[in-house]
Design a protein. Structure first.
Length: 112
């Protein structure tokens, strides 16, 4: 079996041309696209982390304000309850005094 060195050389040259063409038009653009995609994903992850931190901060602020409002509501409710009790007691005392005065007036007029 004879080896045709011209054919072997032509095939080797064709192979090298094919490798160069694939590297130039296929491999480099694919690597560039992969790198760009990785950069975009990294930027999106960083943005998501930033938004997560901001959301946590806002959540903490909301909880703090909610606790303050609960404390203010409890204080106002306690104050209103105390004032209502005091006003009720004052009205009850006035009613008792008025009843006692009316009772004295009626018992005084009954004795005459």
């Amino acid at each position: 079996m004879l080896i045709d060195w011209f054919t072997v050389g032509a095939q080797a040259l064709n192979f090298l041309i094919l490798v160069w063409l694939m590297k130039r038009f296929l491999y480099k653009p694919v690597l560039r696209a992969i790198n760009e995609r990785e950069k975009r994903i990294a930027a999106e992850l960083a943005s998501a982390d930033t938004k997560k931190v901001e959301a946590q901060k806002e959540s903490d602020e909301f909880k703090h304000k909610n606790e303050e409002l609960d404390q203010q509501r409890a204080a106002l409710l306690s104050k209103a309850t105390d004032e209502a009790k005091a006003e009720g007691q004052r009205l009850l005392d006035e009613a008792r005094k008025a009843a006692a005065a009316l009772s004295l007036k009626t018992s005084g007029s009954a004795e005459k």
